[in-house]
Design a protein around this ligand. Sequence first.
Ligand code: G3P
Ligand code: CA
Length: 351
Amino acid sequence: MKRIILLTAFLLNSACTTHTEQNLAVTANTPHPTVIAHRGASYDAPESTRAAYIMARDLGVDYLELDLQRTKDGVLIALHDDSLNRTTDVAKKFPDRKDKPVSEFTLTEIKTLDAGSWFNTAYPDRARASFAGLQILTLDEVIDIADSGGQHKPGLYIETKVPKLFPGIEKDLRNKLEARGWLNGHRVVLETFEKSSLELLDQEMPNVPKTLLLWVGDGYMDAAPSKPFDASTDKDWASWYARQQPKDRAAFESWIDFAVLHHATAIGPSVALANGGEQSYMDLAMPWMNQMAHDKGLLVHAYTIDEAVDFERLTKAGVDGFFTNRSDALLRYIGGPVAQDKQAILSAAGF
Ligand code: G3P
Ligand code: CA
């Protein structure tokens, strides 16, 4: 499949305008399909660390994805989970606070944590001694990595993660991107699951593309009736998620309309993966859903997809871009080129 670059100007969304994939209201120079490195090259290196972001950058992705949180002393950092427990040695270094959110730790404390060794334990086939001791990164450090790409400088795709825990984080993000010169002439997309955060991002950065991430249930999109997992006969969570659906077409459309009203440029649906697994969720990227999004002027960037069988199905269903842990697999699927060998990238970066 040949990649195209969308050269359309940034246009206002309009619920009454019919769009095609190529003339959607998007920023100039948006690659299509879009390659979004989910927490960096997180299949091959510890997520959201220097190793993962350098590898994704040098493979040639369009965007480095990160989940934004804020330390006790007000520093913006990249971390996915609500606590530090899964991906660091916080239980050893700060046992009394091991389940606390990042907002209970200063940056100095966070920088003492080892955010690499967990990966070596979890994935011995991909382990490297040099991953041990990798640090959690500040947003500034992720920007530095993107900026220091040689011929290829990726953009940033930034999620406000649990934004209610961090009041004012949208403004902090605006200030940081502005101070770093990233609000002009750089590719940035902002993303959130939270309607309230989309509104604030729209107020703070009206001209930056934004994606409303989608989920069913738990206070998000109204769900069709379903037994809870524990009362179901599903063998695993992926099977259970795959059966969860929006309550009806109107429930789905109301989220699309909210995204349009607050000037989102894309939706970010979860998908059910062919081979299941921990990141296989409800399928919110069905053809009729993608068509509705396109008809209302929105692109569709689906999460989180790593295998060709899913790239193929979802491309046929109308998806415009993919969050992926395996950037090399996606780049190969869309016809590359994969800029460099993974081993060579890590070696050159000192890993
Ligand atoms: O941001 C898209 C995707 O990353 C959403 O899921 O939980 O990995 O942040 P999560
Ligand atoms: Ca994310």
